[in-house]
Design a protein around this ligand. Structure first.
Ligand code: 5GP
Ligand code: ZN
Length: 111
């Protein structure tokens, strides 16, 4: 499968890795929208939230988000977690991912 995030997970293409374990990998977004903009993904390919078939990965992603917040020193100041899904959600990469965004006061909330 020609999936750029699978290639990042397999270390076939480079990324700036922030955190990694057997289940997940987290790396800096190529086009950050804030001082901290990390993407956390399952190492197993799933298209989006709608395709999650193993909730062990969801637990691991949540645990990783806490680790990322500590590593990036935003655990006290706060941050936002976003997973875009499908056409209306504006998802551009069809491999489940969560944006962890922080390091500044974030603008406009949609929800
Ligand atoms: P989406 O729009 O699907 O929610 O988010 C995809 C994100 O992946 C975008 O923020 C984009 O900047 C990031 N991205 C796309 N290709 C690459 C890549 O090759 N490396 C990294 N580090 N980020 C990427
Ligand atoms: Zn993939």
């Amino acid at each position: 499968m020609d999936c750029i995030f699978c290639k990042i997970a397999n270390h076939e293409i480079p990324s700036t890795i922030v955190y990694e374990n057997d289940y997940v990998i987290a790396f800096n977004d190529l086009n950050p929208v804030a001082p901290v903009h990390v993407l956390v993904i399952p190492k197993k390919h799933m298209d989006s939230i709608m395709a999650v078939d193993d909730y062990n990965y969801v637990v691991e992603i949540h645990k990783a988000i806490k680790e990322i917040a500590k590593i990036c020193k935003i655990e006290e100041t706060g941050f936002r977690v976003i997973s875009n899904v499908g056409e209306d959600g504006g998802q551009s990469v069809k491999h489940l991912h969560y944006h962890v965004i922080g390091g500044t006061k974030l603008p406009e909330k949609l929800a």
